[in-house]
Write a protein that binds this ligand. Structure first.
Ligand code: NAD
Length: 294
């Protein structure tokens, strides 16, 4: 049984970016738009800005008030689209309720779309053409390649069909010549579908939903879930009581940690598996966009 360590993959990705950044005539530039004061978003954005600083990417944080209107936010995006030193724009989700999030994401110029969420880039992904890819799914593929997990001809089952993780990772696995099944909240016989997987990707947002009976012996399991749980009994069931008692919460994935360790041939831990790769791929997207602009 192998633990797929995301920090090692992240280190390799970032090391590969450094010489590319040095070759450019100016630093790549990333603008991060963070509306309001969502605590989780603030932590994510801090991590993104810090990663830029460490790599030599110019970053700018724009922090409009919670009360901003869609029109005002669109004006900010429009200005960022025009600025030549800004290569990538990222609008941190979720946005406040009064904002038309779709309009905002679609306002980002596709050639500055650091998250790969613009419909034009979703189209490029589906058509197998180059373009920025959503960061978490792209990180999963990097992880699988780093550990030489065979994909061609293998049966991959993805649980979750979100635009951010489930759908794009399923398309990327298809492009790696896996046979892909997508499961979701309306799938009947979920455990049975999952047991057919050589590669199981769980992107659900439900702590420990994937138990041993979902996993074929020897399967590779990628746990995308990042769930902060405040229920001591659940922490206990997932073998995280000690962490819970120390911190008052536990961070767990969508896969039952002890049961996956018993059944799978390889799996990503939470934390330390897929999590570290998202920011690394954001950096990779930003450098790629800068290379194209310059
Ligand atoms: P989402 O809520 O948008 O989508 C969840 C998906 O799971 C849906 O498509 C739904 O159909 C499916 N689902 C829900 N309940 C189900 C059930 N009982 N059985 C089968 N399918 C079910 O979530 P998301 O944005 O895709 O994120 C999923 C998880 O991944 C979350 O825990 C999130 O925190 C985590 N995540 C981690 C990273 C990272 O590691 N950097 C990035 C993005 C998301």
């Amino acid at each position: 049984m192998q633990i797929l360590d995301g920090t090692a993959v992240r280190a390799e990705i970032l090391a590969g970016l450094k010489p590319r950044i040095h070759q450019l005539s100016r630093p790549p530039g990333l603008a991060v738009v963070l509306v309001g004061h969502n605590p989780a978003s603030e932590i994510y954005v801090r991590g993104k800005i810090k990663a830029c600083g460490e790599l030599g990417i110019y970053s700018e944080k724009i922090t409009p008030a919670e009360s901003i209107s869609t029109g005002e936010l669109l004006a900010i995006i429009d200005e960022l689209n025009r600025r030549p030193e800004i290569d990538g724009i990222l609008v941190q989700m979720p946005l406040p309720r009064q904002i038309d999030s779709r309009r905002v994401l679609e306002a980002v110029a596709p050639e500055k779309d650091a998250d790969g969420f613009h419909p034009v880039n979703v189209g490029h992904l589906v058509a197998g053409r180059p373009g920025p890819r959503p960061c978490t799914p792209a990180g999963i593929i990097e992880m699988l390649k780093y550990y030489h997990v065979p994909l061609e001809g293998r049966h991959a089952v993805v649980i979750g069909r979100s635009d951010i993780v489930g759908k794009p990772v399923a398309i990327m696995l298809l492009q790696e010549n896996a046979t892909v099944t997508i499961c979701h909240s309306k799938t009947s016989n979920l455990a049975e579908e999952c047991r057919r997987a050589d590669l199981l990707v769980a992107a659900i947002g439900k702590p420990g939903l994937v138990t041993g009976d979902f996993i074929a012996p020897g399967a590779v399991v990628i746990d995308v879930g990042q769930n902060r749980i405040a229920d001591r009994a659940l922490a206990e069931r997932l073998g995280r009581r000690e962490e819970f008692d120390r911190k008052g919460f536990a961070l767990v994935g969508d896969v039952h940690p002890a049961e996956v360790a018993r059944t799978a041939s390889a799996y990503t831990p939470v934390p330390g598996g897929v999590g570290p790769l998202t920011i690394a791929m954001l950096m990779a997207n930003t450098v790629r966009l800068a290379e194209r602009h310059i």
